[in-house]
Design a protein around this ligand. Structure first.
Ligand code: SF4
Length: 390
């Protein structure tokens, strides 16, 4: 990650900003280094600096109730402060030569990225796929392919390179290989003694978010997978004894990863899977059909689906990972990635019989998270699950 950030700062290559589930492969095929503001948002959350910056964005008219990645990131820019300075010796976030977004996850990214396009007087390109789909048909894929192809002239002009289909195929191939390895990494936790937790996953997912389409991401997950498979073979789990297996639904609470990880571990509870970490599994990528396959993969993502489709996916995951209980993180500033607001937990319990708990919190803004209340709720829930299992 250090090398990745340093390369962004070197000035050797042009930089494209991209949403986390945006067309990174296409951008890389033009030789851009790709920077992800959401990753910076997560960094602001994990370093617990977000609350220093959010008020700056509020002063500019951004509500404190919208995406705290957006408000923390804009505030950090306005204050000219970033953890990248301290941790990687960078001047700040790298200046964009082009900005690309995909509203497959939310409309917020469009507002957020447009702010920067105005600030830097930078070309901006966007993909706006149909949302909340039960099924993704070829009609939607065709529409997204058209939108992606519209990016080509802008990318050519900014990069000074002609579009090269072979370069695009190569980045899609590398991305596919890395994402399939990442999927295997996550699936090692299907085993009885899960070797990797959701909390570990939020750290190990770094390369699949910011380096997909590169050899480095592929190498990283090759090494990680080998280690985890060895642990599965030797029956070594990330906690010594597992009484309950939990599914985490929703965003991480970035500033409380350690506390949450310890809380579950101390109660012999293994958080073995999540929707969040699985969001970077794009198993439809196919280098032999790069346009259709990337358009489909990025449109079919979990967050872009109807509740009906999400419930089907979740029920399968609960079964696959042998889940005893589900914790829904009702994220205050991201309703897009919160599935506890429209009756889904209750419907899924009816279908699967698996108990659930809803905790309130936020990805970055810890003013919306009550630690004491959450600990009590989680410990009580885990005790109830244990009682059910006896
Ligand atoms: S999905 Fe949620 S957290 Fe992510 S950018 Fe959109 S509003 Fe923010």
């Amino acid at each position: 990650m250090s090398e990745y950030f340093t390369s962004l700062d070197s000035g050797n290559k042009k930089v494209a900003w991209c949403t986390s589930v945006g067309p990174a492969e296409l951008l890389r095929s033009f030789g851009f280094e790709v920077y992800f503001p959401e990753n910076h948002g997560a960094l602001l959350g994990a370093t617990r600096t977000a609350m220093d910056f959010i008020p700056e964005a509020i002063k500019c008219g951004y509500s404190g109730h919208i995406c705290s990645y957006t408000t923390a990131d804009i505030g950090s820019y306005l204050k000219k402060q970033s953890p990248l300075q301290k941790h990687y010796g960078m001047e700040g976030v790298p200046k964009p030569d082009i900005i690309a977004y995909n509203t497959n996850q939310c409309r917020e990214v469009e507002d957020w990225f447009t702010f920067y396009a105005d600030e830097f007087n930078c070309p901006i390109v966007g993909i706006q796929p149909p949302r909340y789909l039960d099924e993704v048909t070829q009609d939607e894929v065709d529409l997204v392919v058209k939108q992606m192809k519209k990016m080509i002239p802008v990318c050519e002009q900014v990069s000074g390179r002609k579009f090269n289909i072979d370069a695009f195929k190569e980045t899609v191939k590398l991305s596919k290989e890395a994402t399939l390895l990442w999927q295997k990494v996550l699936k090692t936790s299907i085993s009885e003694n899960a070797p990797i937790s959701f909390f570990d996953g939020t750290i190990h997912m770094g390369p699949i978010v910011v380096l997909r389409g590169t050899q480095i991401a592929k190498d990283y997950y090759t090494i990680l997978l080998a280690e985890l498979e060895e642990n599965v073979k030797n029956n070594v789990g990330f906690i010594p004894k597992t009484k309950t297996r939990i599914f985490w639904e929703g965003m991480p609470i970035w500033g409380k990863l350690r506390m949450m990880s310890d809380l579950f571990a101390n109660n012999d509870s293994a958080v073995v899977a999540s929707t969040y970490c699985s969001s970077w599994v794009f198993d439809k990528f196919d280098e032999n059909d790069p346009w259709n396959s990337t358009a489909r993969a990025y449109t079919e993502i979990f967050i872009n689906r109807s509740d009906k489709a999400k419930e089907k996916i979740l029920a399968e995951w609960f079964k696959e990972y042998k889940i005893d209980g589900i914790v829904y993180h009702d994220t205050k500033t991201c309703f897009n990635n919160s599935n506890a607001k429209f009756g889904m937990p209750q419907r899924l319990q009816t279908i699967t019989g698996i108990p659930f708990l809803i905790i309130e919190g936020d990805l970055c803004d810890l003013r919306f998270f009550s630690e004491e209340q959450s600990i009590t709720k989680i410990e009580t829930f885990l005790e109830q699950l244990e009682d059910i299992k006896v």
